[in-house]
Write a protein that binds this ligand. Structure first.
Ligand code: CA
Length: 233
């Protein structure tokens, strides 16, 4: 998947104004075979993403100038479903990342170990890669009401066309669709979608559910099961 091993290069854009952190992240990712491009503020980062079409973006919340990382993420999501990992420095930033429904796919809290970040990058790219799910279930098209959830093409189709979802939103919907009719706890969803090694907060599930509801509206037959979690269909 990552670069040098198979002769192709996977590009990652790192948007972070702290040179020490940015260089450390770049060093680790390059060591793993990625092509890494660095930007120091939101404007440069957004332009770089548009120009380079990277496979993944690492975006710091605290950026100088007009737009911080949260606003940059929102701007990015208006035009792109590229996987995004946010870097956050403080608890209140985590609350904002989760609460603002920006469409980030994951976040890492500073100080983080580069090894952990690299693991997140690889996990997210593995999920995002078309057809790279060789160890997982065979591709399927789940029909959920008027929606088709196509795990082979990683595409959700509504009567009015393809719905743009982020990597995590798609994975969550596909997991719910594969377990239609079952009430799933937030922990089960975290383990099933984010992976058992993911240390995130259960609120993350709620944030992604809200995004799915916002994007799919009445087409999504998803119920909240009080005291448990969620059930599709
Ligand atoms: Ca920063």
């Amino acid at each position: 998947m990552s670069g040098a091993h198979d002769g192709t290069e996977t590009t990652v854009v790192v948007v972070e104004d702290d040179h020490h952190i940015s260089d450390l992240v770049a060093l680790y990712l390059r060591g793993d075979g990625f092509r890494v491009l660095q930007a120091g503020d939101a404007e440069a980062g957004l332009a770089m993403v548009e120009r380079e079409q990277p496979a993944l973006v690492i975006l710091d919340v605290g950026l100088p100038g007009g737009r911080d990382g949260l606003e940059a993420c929102r701007a990015l999501r208006a035009t792109s479903t590229v996987p995004v990992i946010m870097l956050t420095a403080r608890d209140e930033e985590i609350d904002r990342v989760l609460g603002l429904e920006l469409g980030a796919d994951d976040y890492v809290t500073k100080p983080f170990s580069p090894r952990e970040l690299l693991a997140r990058v690889r996990a997210l790219l593995r999920r995002a890669a078309l057809g790279a799910d060789q160890g997982g279930p065979a591709p399927a098209v789940h029909v959920v009401g008027a929606l088709e959830v196509d795990t082979g093409r990683r595409e959700v189709r509504s009567p009015s066309g393809v719905v743009g979802l982020t990597t995590r939103e798609f994975d969550l919907l596909a997991y719910l669709a594969a377990n239609r009719g079952l009430a799933l706890s937030r922990r089960q969803l975290l383990d099933g979608v984010w992976g058992a090694g993911w240390y995130g907060d259960e609120r993350t599930v709620d944030v992604h559910v809200r995004q799915l509801r916002k994007k799919l509206g009445d087409l999504l037959p998803l119920s909240t099961v009080w005291g448990v979690g969620y059930r599709l269909g």
